[in-house]
Design a protein around this ligand. Structure first.
Ligand SMILES: [Mn+2]
Length: 312
């Protein structure tokens, strides 16, 4: 942690990186770090490769500063919540600090600060700020809370413990606007997302004695609904509430006809092991991978179902 602060102090222009298709933890941790760097009188840029970021997260401080172009003049980059180089969406040439909590993090940075035991990257930053006597202001507290809220699956995740609530309690005392976060992160939904959800459940199949919920979403489904990639997440996770379902699998066809796979698990199945077999990664209950060759959704489905059946 000391080394991180030293590098920050030495740098002049720091670029913060959120992962592609960012969630509330990646954006929340980047937002909180953005404020911290301003407190330290640094020039800061915020890079995220994704153009259409989920607008429900636009309440996060500094959201309007996010740019899909990487600044050339930066002398230090800090990636937040990015498990692998691919998640950065850019080839970084300057020095890179990797701050993340994914168990599958590949330590791609020049300096790697990875704590898989923590529930979110924002929870890591909370400790980092406290350790460095930073003043956690209302903006930072709100951003940090948003990441914990989302990555803990609204405090339903098995990794939630007393420490999670102790941290949240302190963040609320520091002025975190938890009601705004709850409303935006958990409840806010676009018409496009509702349309996509309808299509996803209409086409969902149950495989392997209904232990697997399978969603195949074509590029046309995305286009016709107007939804963004993040919108696939809620229906995928909802399917785990079906009594027999242990694993939820989403295969989403991208614009270039390659495939993005997302896995969720309710109980004992460690889906990160399956994701790794496809060159991906993540957490035990939440993981993802990319199939870079152009194959049909049906072909991809057969490939991964065969593997999944062996794991179940
Ligand atoms: Mn995270």
């Amino acid at each position: 942690m000391n080394e991180i602060l030293q590098k920050i102090q030495k740098a002049e222009h720091i670029v913060l990186i959120s992962h592609v298709n960012p969630d509330a933890d990646s954006l929340g941790s980047t937002s909180a770090m953005y404020t911290f760097l301003l407190q330290n009188h640094k020039k800061v840029s915020w890079f995220c490769k994704t153009h259409n970021i989920n607008q429900k997260l636009s309440f996060l401080p500094w959201f309007e500063k996010i740019k899909p172009a990487f600044p050339n003049s930066a002398d230090l980059a800090i990636s937040l919540d990015c498990a692998s180089k691919e998640r950065l969406g850019v080839h970084v040439e300057c020095e890179l600090i990797n701050i993340d909590h994914h168990v599958t993090n590949t330590n791609y940075g020049d300096l790697n600060f990875v704590q898989p035991e923590l529930i979110s990257t924002t929870a890591m930053l909370y400790d980092f700020f406290k350790a460095n006597n930073a003043k956690i202001n209302k903006k930072m507290a709100t951003s940090l809370y948003a990441g914990i809220l989302d990555d803990s699956d609204a405090f339903l995740s098995q990794s939630v413990d007393g420490m999670t609530f102790a941290t949240v309690c302190e963040l609320i005392e520091l002025g975190a606007d938890f009601q705004l976060c709850n409303k935006k992160v958990l409840k806010s939904v676009s018409l496009a997302a509702i349309r996509l959800k309808y299509v996803m459940f209409k086409n969902m199949t149950l495989e392997q004695d209904a232990r697997i919920a399978l969603f195949c979403v074509s590029h046309e489904d995305m286009r016709a609904s107007g939804a963004v990639a993040e919108d696939c997440k809620a229906p995928l996770e909802e399917s785990l509430y079906l009594p027999s379902v242990e694993v939820a699998l989403l295969l989403r066809q991208k614009k270039d006809f390659t495939i993005k796979g997302s896995l969720r698990s309710g109980f004992d199945v460690d889906v990160s092991k399956i994701a790794v077999k496809f060159g991906g990664g993540g957490h035990a209950r939440r993981a993802g991978f990319e199939i870079d060759e152009v194959i049909s959704l049906d072909e991809a489905k057969i490939k991964i179902l065969n593997l999944l059946k062996k794991e179940l």
